[in-house]
Design a protein around this ligand. Sequence first.
Ligand code: B12
Length: 376
Amino acid sequence: MIINENLTDLVKTCAYNLGFDVVRITSAEPFLRERSVAEKRIQQGFMDGLPWYTQSRVRRGTDPNVLLPGAKSIISVGLSYLSESFQQPKNGTKIARYAWGKDYHKVIKNKLKGLVSDVEERLAHTVNARWYVDDGPMLDRAVAQRSGIGWFGKNTNILTSSHGSWVFLGQLITDLDLDIDPPLKKDCGTCTLCIEACPTDAIVSPYVLDNQRCISHLTIENRGSISVPMRSLIGEWAFGCDICQEVCPVNLKAMTTNEESFQLNEFDGFDLEKLLEIDEEEFRTLFAGSSLRRAKLTGLKRNLCVVLGNLGDEDSVPVLNRALNDNEALVRSHAAWALGRIGGSIAWQALEAAVGIEQDQEVKKEILTALVMDTI
Ligand code: B12
């Protein structure tokens, strides 16, 4: 029989062999402090815009024994996605780094499943386990902090000593008796670079993020219109945002990933403008297995209009003009805004032609506003 100490070593060795960059263990005790913080954030309205993020989800997700009756330990893992070959797409648009390789949910879940079967094979008996990567009710960052994977940065991301915050987090709740690791005794000290760098002031105070102001939310989870004041602040970000991570001094020293699925530079040389002219079927084929699908085609088209408006290049006027005829009102309204922002006689003519035929009142309002923007 394997005594506890060796069992812990065995689990960690198996996890590192599968390619995880950081592996630590925490207990299956409830996360009471984290529960009350998350509940408070919901009450304060800082999680507004995420209807699925509810009090009952938080309560369930902070009690590992509800998720896996008989749970004794949680194996907490971090996998870096900082790829050396990373390159942003053509023409100045930006996509958050985490979305460049293959969809991490699948990659990490396969590894966690592999970890369970490797340990079961070595122990010659089944292990009760439940795994989560991003999509479950658990607070992944709370698990990572308590297990000592890393510490909470003021931008709310978990920072690891070796790979900075460029790590995905996942965990395996198990009924295994494992040795518990302590949290790290580290913090960000007096540094406030991430708070100062956020163009939308989304980090309202250290460790507190206003979801509705975060570019990541506005461009990924948000299904509706992007409010006019936020549009120009989004800058070039067409999907997600990395500003609060890019300015972090810990991230400057971060090691890069060895994970093959994240080395791929799927969009290298891809002209994102093309997205404005593809249909659902082409989108599904082009972006199969990519995290970008989360924003849906309509959301991505909306974002691209905003980015093209911000880039202000007159060469984008023809594609934006065609987007004024998109089937989705959301895309047409943001295309109108972008044309108004770029300005010039061709943009103006396109808007004037559209105002006569547009049936949707909201879009019509956007076109009229854009026509005025142009004449200012
Ligand atoms: C909802 C969500 C979002 C929302 C809201 C983000 C937010 N801050 O809550 C949006 C869409 C904006 C988002 C954006 C991003 N996300 Co996100 N997101 C999540 C999700 C699903 C839930 C997060 C959550 O519960 N938030 C609620 C708040 C209350 O939780 P919290 O911020 O962790 O709160 C803790 C701290 O504030 C801390 N705390 C509070 N007060 C204090 C005081 C002190 C002194 C200290 C030390 C700590 C502390 O305690 C709280 C409770 O644990 C998780 C996956 C999951 N299931 O956990 C991924 C997750 C957090 N996201 C992730 C990523 C990668 C991102 C982006 C980087 C993607 C991008 N490039 O665009 C950005 C980062 C934006 C940012 N600065 O946070 C990773 C983060 C990995 C990491 N290293 O931390 C996660 C963990 C997914 C994963 N499994 O890898 N995300």
